[in-house]
Design a protein around this ligand. Structure first.
Ligand SMILES: [Zn+2]
Length: 286
């Protein structure tokens, strides 16, 4: 994981050199400090994606049933998001670890270890929609924008930014908080990704009750098999409070939506029908 972060970090620093600017957040419409234009965001994500997938032992073959399933569900929720036009991509990576991650510009991956534990398609839809929420709200850009500035405080950019508010932060916390902030989404970002994920999965026709089941599953895994979920919990903070918030969120959803049947995970592809041997003396008719 450190290697992934170092690789991503290198791209972000390169992007930073292109200049910081304020931009409207695609979800909230609020102005935020953005290190990258949307085009740069897409390009950084696209270049870091194969590196991150390799770190996980590679993706499953493009034509595998699991890959097709995740791609189909991912496109469905991303198509219902605030940024349907991004070049979204969803990949199942070959890892027993239970994790999912998103890179800027709509590049998302889920481990096989998490995928096989999800009980229905709606649960998968929530996991992917939550990751999509981090992308649409540009969480990656803003949290790395902060840490970029903080780290660059070490080399004096803090001075150049004096007066913007970030300069002082950069000088105070140079080199220490920077690394910590790289590691995880904030609780507020997690809550927003849950809100957005819930909204996107509902818009895509799924039952949002699945978000509660996913969180309960992950909390159970943390107690029983903590090593499998360590990275997930360090990047996407999850506690009882987030679970209770999810329950309250679901209570506010209309009864018609909550009555939607859960979509079962598609079974293994049916074996091709055996061809009957033609009886001897068979004559093809006109
Ligand atoms: Zn998250």
């Amino acid at each position: 994981m450190d290697a992934i972060k170092t690789g991503i970090w290198a791209w972000l620093l390169a992007a930073l050199l292109l200049g910081a600017a304020c931009a409207a957040n695609p979800v909230t419409g609020e102005q935020q400090l953005a290190m990258m234009s949307e085009q740069e965001e897409i390009s950084v994500g696209a270049r870091a994606y194969p590196v991150a997938i390799d770190q996980y032992g590679g993706g499953l073959p493009k034509d595998s049933a699991m890959q097709a399933y995740v791609g189909r569900v991912g496109r469905r929720v991303a198509g219902s998001s605030h940024r349907p036009e991004l070049p979204w991509e969803f990949t199942v990576v070959e890892s027993e670890e239970v994790n999912a991650f998103a890179l800027p510009g709509g590049k998302i991956a889920i481990t096989r270890g998490l995928l096989v534990r999800l009980p229905d398609e709606d649960s998968l839809a929530f996991v992917l929609a939550h990751e999509a929420g981090h992308v649409t709200a540009r969480h990656f850009v803003s949290r790395h924008a902060k840490s970029s500035l903080i780290n660059l405080g070490v080399v004096g950019v803090g001075v150049a930014l004096g007066g913007s508010g970030w300069g002082g932060v950069a000088q105070r916390t140079a080199g220490t908080a920077g690394n910590l902030m790289l590691l995880s989404y904030s609780r507020d970002q997690e809550r927003q990704a849950d809100d957005l994920g819930s909204m996107y999965m509902i818009a895509a026709g799924y039952n949002p009750k699945a978000q509660v089941a996913v969180m309960e599953l992950l909390l159970k895994l943390r107690d029983k098999e903590p090593s499998y979920v360590a990275t997930l919990f360090s990047t996407h903070p999850l506690d009882q409070e987030r679970l209770q918030t999810a329950k309250r969120r679901v209570e506010k959803v209309s009864p018609e939506v909550l009555a939607r049947p859960m979509t079962p995970v598609p079974g293994p592809p049916k074996p091709p029908t055996l061809k009957r041997k033609r009886p001897s003396g068979y004559q093809q008719q006109g």
